[in-house]
Design a protein around this ligand. Structure first.
Ligand code: PMP
Length: 388
């Protein structure tokens, strides 16, 4: 029997063999011509994946939290006002992070499973002057997706920089950074970008770069300072060597391979595939009569699904049974409901067959826990949704 389960958590995910091969290739010098070419190409490809032709890409070794830190450290000066729109744990993280850089932070917190109405955001922006507003495109703790476009428009109307946490969305959910006027869209390698954990990725608009250039105080974080990294990004893109901190050579090579695959698929087909996977997984969950954390299908992410456990079934009992049936799923993360729900990731390289295998393993696990349903109803619902 095959010795490996499908990794269907909301990151890290299943990776393509060519990406893993690049990761396992002999490490070259960070100033070798072939590495300079791969890094330069990866930066160019990022603009196409983010749909942000005039953006400035940054690739720095670290996790997604470092991307958040890059945004906060470079765009906040002590005393600046920041508005955080929180739809879960990762929104809340921005409150803490921006405060460390001296921001006066106002938080608008959505009720669990919901988004914040745009009119409510506008009312707050109208009554105060903020430098920056953050929001989480997909909050991985709730599976709630926020619509970025109206928030980008509000950012322009009220002259507020918009920062989108796209750790669980970029290269999966539809995102058109430039057209939607988002100033920073940040992510990490291990989710829909399709590369093992270890790279912080960020795209800054010309307006964000201008705001950084006109700072009056130095950036209060040495490693995250764009003045250290911008010359390096510019050098690699000009196919010249550069050095500030040793780049994660193999991860950058793997990133270039993955971005190439993403662009080969095409952004529109990729967005559509993720929408289909999300709809199919959520249809299966409904057919199994489990409720979900997102309050409505309109705000449910395409990249992950967050079902509540059936009454009387513990995650600690169910998840090992699903794993034994072939799929690794994630437990809860949001402190308010941590023990009451679980999470299924379906992004990046996920194929329809992977999702069907996962739903099959979920059904096996539920049956093993004594939950009553007609075996196959989840699979049938997923299969039907995959055909649409
Ligand atoms: N934001 C979101 C939406 C996330 O899902 C995560 C990770 N799950 C992070 C930020 C933080 O990323 P990392 O764990 O790579 O630091």
């Amino acid at each position: 029997m095959k010795g490996r389960e499908l990794l269907m958590i909301p990151g890290p995910i299943e990776f393509e063999p060519a990406v893993l091969e690049a990761l396992g290739a002999p490490t070259t010098s960070h100033v070798a011509p072939e590495f300079i070419e791969a890094f330069g190409q990866a930066l160019e490809r990022m603009r196409e994946v983010w749909l942000c032709p005039s953006g400035q890409p940054f690739v720095v070794a670290g996790s997604g939290t470092l991307s958040m830190d890059l945004a906060g450290a470079n765009l906040i000066e002590p005393g600046d006002k920041a508005l955080v729109l929180s739809t879960g744990v990762f929104g809340d993280r921005f409150e803490d992070l921006l405060s460390r850089y001296g921001a006066q932070v106002t938080v608008l917190r959505a009720p669990l499973g919901e988004t914040i109405p745009v009119e409510q955001v506008e009312a707050v922006l109208r009554n105060d002057s903020f430098k920056l507003m953050t929001f989480t495109h997909v909050d991985t703790s709730t599976g709630v997706r926020v619509e970025p476009r109206p928030l980008g428009a509000l950012g322009r109307t009220y002259d507020v920089l918009t920062v989108l946490d796209g750790v669980c969305s970029v290269a999966g959910e539809e995102l058109r950074q430039e057209e939607w006027e988002i100033d920073v869209a940040l992510t990490a390698s291990q989710k829909a970008i399709g590369v093992p954990p270890g790279l912080a990725l960020l795209m800054a608009s010309p307006r964000a770069m201008e705001a950084w250039r006109s700072r009056k105080t130095p950036v209060g974080n040495y490693y995250a300072d764009w003045s250290k990294w911008l010359p390096i990004m510019e050098a690699y893109e000009a196919r010249k060597p550069g050095y500030f901190g040793t780049p994660a050579v193999n991860l950058v090579c793997a990133l270039n391979v993955s971005l190439g695959q993403i662009l080969n698929e095409g952004m529109e087909p990729r967005f559509a595939r993720h929408r289909r996977l999300g709809r199919a997984c959520q249809a299966a969950i409904r057919a199994l009569r489990l409720s979900q954390v997102p309050a409505s299908p309109n705000c449910a992410a395409s990249t992950l699904t967050a079902p509540y456990l059936p009454e009387g079934v513990a995650g600690g009992d169910l998840l090992p049974k699903i794993r034994a049936a072939g799929a690794i799923l994630a437990g809860g993360l949001h402190p308010q409901i941590k023990a009451r729900y679980f999470r299924i990731g379906h992004m990046g390289a996920t194929k329809p067959g992977d999702l069907l295998a996962t739903i099959g393993a979920l059904e096996t696990g539920l049956l093993g826990c004594g939950y009553k349903f007609e075996p196959g109803v989840g699979l049938a619902a997923a299969q039907a949704a995959l055909q649409t």
